[in-house]
Design a protein around this ligand. Structure first.
Ligand code: FPP
Length: 246
């Protein structure tokens, strides 16, 4: 079945260059099974693996996943610790295979807040996968879009104060260059799982002209098939970027 979808994607032509995903619904998935929430996150880790492989198979170039928001630090300590441990486990288990698959991992967000073990794991996986050319996998961890924009404003103010930039040079491109996502094009497609219809402080600048796809599937139940269905839906869209149809 996923292979049929992949054939249809290839026949349609243009695959989205960059897909961003808000991975939501791990808690509900666990609750439905009377399991503790961390087990929902653990099941979510398996979905990450399948979707990364699907992204490579589809020929996408960038996949950006919202794994842990700045707001998530307010969750119970036990859940935060479980998520940090999962991050370390994901890296320990997957780093070698990601490198073999040609995936370059990047972590976007305030990494100064990560516990030392997770911080070291993040640096290790970035170092070990930096030559990957098949897919850039951006993991947004301790990330919030407003904090990213405030950071960009601060960095630009510093440049102006020390004379590296003139005030009149502070334009859209200058802001873009200070975002964590500076190396990549804006997402073409945003997928949100679990049926919620909001952006939750994710990539507010970068999503200006991104196509949205919301699926009711809870993140731990997501497979590459959901990604392929979203891509097929995207391929039917007409993107106008504020212009009129040709
Ligand atoms: C949102 O579900 C999901 C998260 C806060 C964590 C996402 C983490 C993973 C998918 C696993 C780890 C991933 C990596 C890359 C190591 P929720 O808890 O808000 O669900 P709910 O809305 O149903 O409560």
């Amino acid at each position: 079945m996923p292979d049929d979808l992949l054939d249809r994607i290839r026949l349609n032509g243009a695959v989205p260059h960059h897909v961003a995903i808000i991975m939501d619904g791990n808690g509900r998935w666990a609750r439905e099974r009377h399991l503790p929430r961390p087990l929902g996150h653990r099941a979510g880790m398996k979905a990450v693996r399948d979707v990364v492989e699907g992204a490579i198979a589809a020929g996408m170039e960038v996949l950006t996943l919202f794994a842990f928001s700045e707001e998530n630090w307010q969750r119970p300590t036990s859940e935060v610790s479980a998520l940090m441990e999962l991050l370390e486990e994901y890296i320990a288990r997957e780093a070698a295979e990601l490198r073999e698959q040609g995936v370059a991992v990047h972590v976007l967000g305030d990494r100064t807040r990560l516990v030392p073990g997770a911080g070291e794991a993040v640096e290790r996986v970035e170092r070990e996968t930096r030559d990957g050319r098949a897919l850039s996998l951006n993991l947004c961890i301790s990330y919030s879009s407003r904090a990213e924009l405030a950071r960009a404003a601060r960095l630009l103010a510093e440049d102006v104060l020390r004379g590296a930039k003139r005030l009149e040079d502070v334009d859209e491109d200058a802001v873009r260059e200070k975002l964590y996502t500076a190396p990549w094009r804006d997402p073409d497609l945003l997928i949100r799982t679990s049926g919620e219809q909001r952006l939750s402080n994710f990539l507010l600048w970068q999503l200006a002209y991104t196509e949205l796809y919301i699926t009711p599937v809870l993140w731990p139940d997501v497979t590459r098939q959901v990604l392929f269905e979203a891509i097929l839906d995207y391929q039917q869209r007409e993107r106008r970027f504020g212009n009129v149809t040709a």
